[in-house]
Design a protein around this ligand. Structure first.
Ligand code: SF4
Length: 144
C-alpha cells in the first residue's frame, strides 16, 4: 500500500543505489542535488531508507555481490514504485557487460521503468527520467 496520493505525486522521495559503477554516473546523479541543478526545488528529496522511497535510481552494473542487495532494496520499497536505470552500465552493463563478474543491467534483477542512456548520463537526462517516471506513477495511482 502506497502512502503516495496523486496530489503528492509532484514531490516523490528518491533513493540512489550504486550497484557497481565507476562513480561517473554517481557524480552526475549527485549533481542533481547541487545548487547548479537543485532538484529539490521540484519537491524531489533524496532519502536513505528504501521504506520511504517512491523512486529507486540505480547506477552501475549488477554483479553477483550486489544483486541480492538490489533485490532487497526494491522489495522494501512501498508500491507503486519506480525504478530508473542510469547510464549505459545500469541500462545494459555498458562497457563491462562482457566481464566475467558482471550479470548485466538493472533489469536482469528488478523491473526497470525508465532507462537513462549515456556514459555518464547527464543530470538533465536523469531529472527528465524522474519526471517521465512520475507520469507513469500517476497513471498507476489513478487507475487503482
Ligand atoms: S555508464 Fe559510464 S560513467 Fe556510468 S558507471 Fe558506467 S562506465 Fe561509469
Amino acid at each position: 500500500m502506497s502512502f503516495l496520493k496523486t496530489s503528492q505525486i509532484k514531490s516523490p522521495w528518491l533513493m540512489h543505489f550504486d550497484c557497481g559503477s565507476c562513480n561517473g554516473c554517481d557524480i552526475e546523479t549527485l549533481a542533481c542535488l547541487t545548487p547548479m541543478y537543485d532538484v529539490e526545488r521540484f519537491g524531489i528529496i533524496n532519502v536513505g531508507n528504501p521504506r520511504h522511497a517512491d523512486v529507486l535510481v540505480v547506477t552501475g552494473t549488477v554483479n553477483p555481490r550486489n544483486a541480492q542487495v538490489l533485490k532487497n532494496i526494491y522489495e522494501q520499497m512501498p508500491t507503486p514504485k519506480l525504478v530508473i536505470a542510469v547510464g549505459a552500465c545500469g541500462c545494459s552493463g555498458g562497457v563491462f557487460r562482457d566481464a566475467p563478474n558482471v550479470i548485466g543491467g538493472v533489469d536482469k534483477i528488478i523491473p526497470v521503468d525508465v532507462y537513462v542512456p549515456g556514459c555518464p548520463a547527464k543530470p538533465e537526462a536523469i531529472m527528465d527520467a524522474v519526471v517521465t517516471g512520475l507520469a507513469k506513477l500517476k497513471g498507476i495511482l489513478e487507475a487503482s
